[in-house]
Design a protein around this ligand. Structure first.
Ligand SMILES: NC(=O)C[C@H](N)C(=O)O
Length: 500
C-alpha cells in the first residue's frame, strides 16, 4: 500500500497568507546635509515615494509576481534622471555611457538570475534582464542560450528582435552627470599637477643648501596648501555619486525577486564591469527549506538531510516540491494539472508556509516540518569592493548556513565597521573603496522582513511595512530626517552644483 499523499494547497483559512513587501533604493554614498541641498533631498523623497506607491499598487493586485513588480519599480527608477541608471547614467572617462542591469528570483526560473553589461542603447536595461530570464525557460533560451551574463552589441540586437525599446545614445544624457564627469576629470588633472609640483620641489630641495631649502619649503608649501584645500573639498563634499538603483520584492506566492540597474561609477574605464551585473556580488536571491522539529507526529514529512539541502527552484523528486515551484511562479494551471483532481477557486489565493513536504519514505521517528526561507538583496556602492567580497552571496550564505537573520548578516557586510569597510583597510575614508549599502527582504515561513544597512552618510530608500504603510528614509535616523539643520546651500557656483 502506498503511503504517498498528494500535494494539496492549504486553504486560506488554515494557513496565514504571505503579505507582499517591497523595498526600493536609489543608491548609497556620502549623502549628508552638507552634500545634498534641501531642494534635492525633497526631490529624491518625492521620486522614491511616487515609485514605491505605483509599485506597491501593482503588487497588491491578485496574482502579481515579484518579478514583474521589481521590473516595474526599477524601470521607473531608470526613467528618472535623478538616479544613476537608464536616463541620467554617469559617464565613463571617455564620455560614453555603459549601462548594466541584473535580475534574480528565489525560485521559478531555470536560470534564476541574469546580468547584462556594456549596454548603450537599451532604454530600460532591467526589462532586457527580465526578458533573458523568462526566455531561459524556452529551448535555446529563446535565441540567447542558457547563459547568465551577457554584454554588448549582439545582445542589443537580440533586444531589438524581441521588441525591447532601443534609443539613441543622446537619450541617456543629462547635463548634471556630464558636469560631474568634467569636474571629475579636472580634479584628476589637479591631482596630477599637484604630484608634479611635489616632485619638482623634492628635486629642487636636493640641490640646495639648508638655508635655501628652508625658504623654498615656505614658498612651495603655501602653493601646495592652496591646491590641497580644493582636493580635500572634492573628496569630502563632491563625492562621485553612487546612485545605482534597485528593488527587492516579495510576492504573495512567497517568491523574492531582486532587480538592480546602474551606469556604474563616474569616469570608470570604458569596459569596466561592476558589481551590479555580477551574480553574487551586487545582487542575489535564494530560497531553502529549514528543518524544524514539530511537537506532534505528522505523517509524510521530508527527511532532515533532504529538507536542509533542497533548494525549491531545483527540479525535485518530490511531487510536492514540483507543485510548490509552479505555485511560486503563479502557474496555477500547471499546479492543478499535476496535483489536483478538481480545481477549487479557494486555492487561487494560496498560502502555504510552513510547508509540510511529502515523501513516502519518512518514518514517524523522523518527524519534522520544513520552514521556507526566501531572500533577495540588491546593492549600491563601490562595486569593485562588492566584487572582491562576493558581497551579496556572502551575506545570504552567512544567513543561511549560520542561521542568523538576514538583517544581521547584511549589517556584518555593509553596516558601519562591517566587512566592506574593513576590506578597504587604510584606503577607507580616502577613496571610495569599501563604501556601500544593501537592501533586502527575508521570508521565513509566511513572514516577510525588509532590511537595509550602509556604512556611509545615507542611502535613498523606500519600503512598505507589514501593515501596508509606505516609508521613505535617506539618512540613518528618523529624527535626523525630520528635523535637519544646517542643510547645504543651494547650487554653489564655485563647485558647480550639488553632488547629488
Ligand atoms: N552607483 C553604484 O552604486 C556603483 C556601482 N555599484 C558600481 O560600482 O558600478
Amino acid at each position: 500500500m502506498s503511503t504517498f499523499t498528494p500535494f494539496t494547497a492549504p486553504s486560506p483559512s488554515s494557513q496565514p497568507k504571505i503579505t507582499p513587501r517591497i523595498i526600493i533604493h536609489g543608491g548609497a554614498g556620502n549623502i549628508t546635509r552638507t552634500t545634498i541641498s534641501k531642494a534635492r533631498y525633497d526631490a529624491y523623497q518625492a521620486s522614491l515615494r511616487r515609485i514605491l506607491a505605483s509599485s506597491a499598487e501593482l503588487l497588491s493586485k491578485p496574482g502579481a509576481t515579484a518579478l514583474d513588480v521589481a521590473t516595474h519599480a526599477v524601470s521607473m527608477l531608470e526613467d528618472d534622471p535623478l538616479y544613476n541608471s537608464g536616463k541620467g547614467a554617469v559617464f565613463t572617462r571617455t564620455g560614453t555611457q555603459e549601462l548594466e542591469s541584473s535580475i534574480m528570483v528565489s525560485n521559478g526560473y531555470v536560470k534564476r538570475g541574469v546580468g547584462c553589461m556594456l549596454l548603450q542603447r537599451v532604454k530600460n536595461p532591467i526589462k532586457l534582464a527580465r526578458e533573458l530570464l523568462i526566455r531561459g525557460e524556452e529551448e535555446n533560451g529563446g535565441g540567447a542560450k542558457d547563459h547568465c551574463q551577457y554584454s554588448g552589441p549582439y545582445l542589443e540586437e537580440l533586444a531589438k528582435d524581441w521588441g525591447i525599446d532601443l534609443v539613441d545614445t543622446e537619450y541617456f544624457f543629462t547635463q548634471r552627470k556630464w558636469d560631474e564627469h568634467i569636474r571629475g576629470l579636472k580634479e584628476e588633472e589637479k591631482k596630477k599637477r599637484k604630484e608634479e609640483h611635489k616632485l619638482k620641489f623634492q628635486e629642487e630641495r636636493r640641490r640646495k643648501d639648508l638655508e635655501l631649502e628652508k625658504l623654498t619649503v615656505l614658498q612651495v608649501t603655501n602653493s601646495i596648501d592652496h591646491i590641497q584645500v580644493n582636493s580635500n573639498d572634492w573628496e569630502k563634499s563632491h563625492y562621485i555619486p553612487l546612485g545605482t538603483c534597485g528593488a527587492v520584492v516579495l510576492d504573495s506566492f512567497g517568491t523574492v525577486c531582486c532587480a538592480t540597474s546602474t551606469g556604474g561609477l563616474t569616469n570608470k574605464i570604458p569596459g569596466r564591469i561592476g558589481d551590479t551585473p555580477t551574480m553574487g556580488a551586487g545582487y542575489w536571491a535564494e530560497e531553502w527549506l529549514e528543518k524544524t522539529p514539530t511537537p506532534t507526529a505528522t505523517p509524510n514529512l521530508i527527511p532532515q538531510t533532504q529538507a536542509q539541502t533542497q533548494m525549491l527552484y531545483q527540479p525535485s523528486p518530490s511531487p510536492s516540491a514540483l507543485a510548490l515551484d509552479k505555485l511560486s511562479r503563479g502557474d496555477l494551471r500547471g499546479l492543478m494539472s499535476h496535483c489536483l483532481p478538481t480545481v477549487s477557486p479557494s486555492i487561487l489565493t494560496p498560502a502555504y508556509t510552513p510547508i509540510p513536504a511529502s515523501t513516502p519514505s519518512a518514518s514517524p521517528a523522523e518527524k519534522s516540518s520544513s520552514i521556507r526561507h526566501a531572500v533577495g538583496v540588491s546593492s549600491s556602492g563601490n562595486g569593485d569592493t562588492f566584487v572582491r567580497m562576493a558581497a551579496a552571496r556572502t551575506v545570504v550564505a552567512e544567513s543561511r548556513f549560520s542561521s542568523i537573520p538576514l538583517s544581521e548578516a547584511l549589517s556584518n557586510m555593509t553596516g558601519p565597521g562591517g566587512e566592506l569597510q574593513r576590506s578597504a583597510r587604510d584606503r577607507w575614508g580616502h577613496a571610495h573603496e569599501g563604501v556601500g549599502g544593501m537592501i533586502g527582504i527575508e521570508l521565513v515561513g509566511n513572514r516577510g522582513t525588509v532590511v537595509c544597512d550602509y556604512n556611509c552618510g545615507g542611502m535613498f530608500r523606500a519600503w512598505t511595512e507589514e501593515d501596508g504603510a509606505q516609508k521613505c528614509l535617506i539618512f540613518r535616523e528618523d529624527s535626523y530626517e525630520s528635523g535637519p539643520k544646517e542643510w547645504r546651500e543651494e547650487e554653489r557656483e564655485e563647485d558647480g552644483g550639488d553632488s547629488w
